[in-house]
Design a protein around this ligand. Structure first.
Ligand code: DCP
Ligand code: MG
Length: 600
């Protein structure tokens, strides 16, 4: 299973971002601790280099004793440089590796989480927004853990170590060298807030842009058919312009902040050099101390300069982290929990009692539905568009949860079954089938969690009256289907979806308008093939043609979320009602058509 083990991010969701980061780093904290330690050592070796420099200048150079100590000191410089370099390298590379791992896990987790969110959540959310959170935001989080976390450690350690070393050199000079620190900190914190807001705005707009783009690309046919290019292009330009404005605002914040912080740090550096020189000239400190100071103070200013950059970058990382956590916060579907999961599968008897269901409170789409099907029987649902047929069958695999009443499968309420189990037992041909940009074979074999042979795939395709069509393609079963299957016709797509469900071999089969896009002849071919396949399984058929529903053991005629008529074809033909009206209408159209054809 694709679930990332030991990485339950749900636990990392906290209102406190620091707590979230701490939890996210679970399992990686040791490496970070080592990286920090190594970085601290590197900083110490750097400071030691300057102390050695002081010794060299004061005791060797000025003392004028050019003996073999010079070589020892030279070796000391090389050794310290090597040590500093190795520890810096070790620290950075281990942190980067860990951050890549963390980001990979996070990406897997977010993807897995997206796949497991409820239908209701996906109904309401925009694809572009979700894509952005799982790509660009996750990447910003990665940068947070690889660059910024390490940078934070480096800044703190370099500052602390060099400050201590400076205090050791000559403490009044050390104090004089950190005068601007409070100003830089206050400034950084102020800009942190401003940049966070600006970046959040920027990301929100980027999500709007990706959603517009994604919708227009999937709906390109509609845009073209209604000649709405200009309108849609203008709309995109408007959104893009807004994105540009927000990006500009973000950049202008940066362009104000950097010069200010650079000027402050520059003044501090020059002031320190100057003060140190004065002290050296009047003999308060030695020349060696001055040189050591000049070297170290650069590494004291460096953290100060980078503190601002770090804080600003971090605000970006933290905003993205928040956006990712907000997504993770959404409850996913519980696929596994459930007390009833008989290993031998289900028989397929279904009883619905006083069922009421709504998507939005106060607007029930199904009301007071009751009926019963024995295992292996066929139920047909007939009714006007929007009467709730798809909604009713979508409750069976628990895509949505009903509010009132009961649905029993083999006498056990379906809420007792784990969703995963239930969905293995039920095969559904969706009203608007979706095909992946993979080969036809892969699309047909999609729902089967095991290796399938060519014979099995061909048998399923034959049953869906599709085999000959596929064979006529130059690439046969290896023909690639474009996104949303644009290279196939509507009827061909439907038949791929039928084949896919048949191959899954479910106990309960749901055909939601599965033959709406195929001609009458093909439909009867599929019906014949399905007739054999439906024999041992409970089947729900939603169809508009009487021929497709008349074979059913039970026909339910629906209107506005209620069952208004029920019975077999013969029973329903006895009474004056919607069913008989639809029948005679369709029969009339057909005889008219026949007459016309004969007249030709
Ligand atoms: N509905 C909704 N949210 C959804 C799906 C549907 O609010 N995610 C609403 C739209 C309709 C009502 O529920 O008002 C019933 O929709 P169905 O899809 O169940 O209707 P049918 O399947 O009967 O219609 P059709 O024959 O057009 O497929
Ligand atoms: Mg429908």
């Amino acid at each position: 299973m694709a679930v990332v083990t030991g990485f339950d991010l749900k636990g990392a969701v906290s209102d406190n971002r620091v707590a979230s980061i701490w939890k996210l780093a679970t399992g990686y904290r040791n490496v970070y601790a080592w990286a920090t330690f190594a970085m601290g050592l590197a900083a110490v070796f750097k400071a030691l280099t300057y102390l050695l420099l002081r010794y060299f200048v004061d005791n060797v150079l000025i003392g004028g004793q050019l003996t073999q100590t010079v070589f020892i000191i030279a070796l000391g410089f090389v050794g310290l440089a090597l040590l500093e370099g190795s520890f810096t390298f070790f620290s950075r590379s281990s942190a980067a590796r860990v951050a890549e791992n963390l980001a990979r896990n996070l990406r897997d987790y977010v993807y897995d989480h997206l796949m497991r969110l409820t239908y209701t959540y996906h109904d309401k959310s925009q694809t572009g927004e979700l894509i952005q959170r799982s790509t660009s935001d996750v990447d910003a989080v990665r940068r947070f853990f690889s660059d910024q976390a390490i940078m934070a450690g480096r800044i703190v350690l370099l500052f602390v170590v060099n400050f201590i070393a400076l205090v050791y050199l000559y403490w009044p000079l050390a104090l004089a060298s950190v005068v601007v620190v409070p100003i830089v900190v206050v400034l950084s914190v102020y800009f942190f807030g401003r940049v966070s807001d600006a970046y959040e705005h920027f990301q929100d707009q980027e999500a709007v842009l990706s959603t517009t783009l994604q919708e227009n690309l999937s709906g390109i046919r509609v845009v073209k058919a209604f000649a709405r290019h200009d309108y849609e292009t203008d709309k995109f330009e408007g959104d893009n312009w807004e994105q540009f404005e927000r990006g500009k605002r973000l950049l202008s914040l940066h362009s104000v902040f950097w010069p200010i912080s650079d000027i402050l740090c520059g003044i501090q550096l020059v002031g320190g050099f100057f003060l140190g020189a004065l002290l050296a000239i009047n003999g308060t400190i030695t020349v060696g101390t001055y040189l050591a100071y000049a070297g170290m103070v650069i590494w004291l200013i460096w953290p100060m300069r980078n503190l601002g950059r770090l804080i600003v970058d971090m605000s970006v990382g933290l905003v993205s982290l928040q956006r990712v956590l907000d997504l993770i916060r959404v409850d996913k579907e519980d696929l596994e929990t459930g007390s009833h999961a008989p290993a031998e599968g289900v028989a397929g008897g279904i009883r619905v009692e006083n069922l009421t269901f709504w998507y939005e409170e106060g607007h029930p789409v199904l009301q007071d539905i009751s009926f019963e099907v024995k295992p292996g029987e066929v139920v047909a649902l007939l009714g006007s568009t929007g009467s709730g047929k798809s909604s009713l069958v979508n409750l069976l695999p628990r895509f949505y949860d009903y509010q009132e009443g009961h649905i029993y499968l083999d006498g056990v309420e379906i809420t007792e079954y784990p969703r995963h189990y239930l969905r293995k037992q039920i095969g559904i041909v969706e009203q608007e089938p979706f095909l992946f940009s993979r080969t036809i074979r892969e699309n047909i074999a999609f729902g089967v969690g095991r290796h399938v042979t060519d014979e099995e795939v061909h048998a399923a395709a034959r049953a869906a009256a599709l085999h000959d069509v596929i064979e006529s393609f130059p690439e046969g079963y290896n023909t690639l289907v474009g996104e949303r299957g644009v290279t196939l016709s509507g009827g061909q797509k439907q038949r791929v979806a039928v084949a896919r469900t048949l191959l899954k071999d479910p106990r309960i089969l749901i055909l939601d308008d599965a033959t709406s896009s195929v001609d009458t002849e093909t439909e009867s071919a599929i019906r014949e093939a399905l007739g054999r396949l439906m024999e041992q399984r409970t089947t729900f058929i939603i169809a508009h043609r009487i021929q497709s529903v008349m074979i059913a053991d039970l026909i339910l005629v629906m209107d506005k979320g209620r069952i208004v008529q029920r019975g077999t074809h013969d029973e329903l033909m006895q009474v004056d009602g919607i069913y008989r009206r639809i029948y005679s209408m369709q029969a009339r159209i057909e005889t008219d058509l026949e007459k016309e054809l004969q007249g030709v």
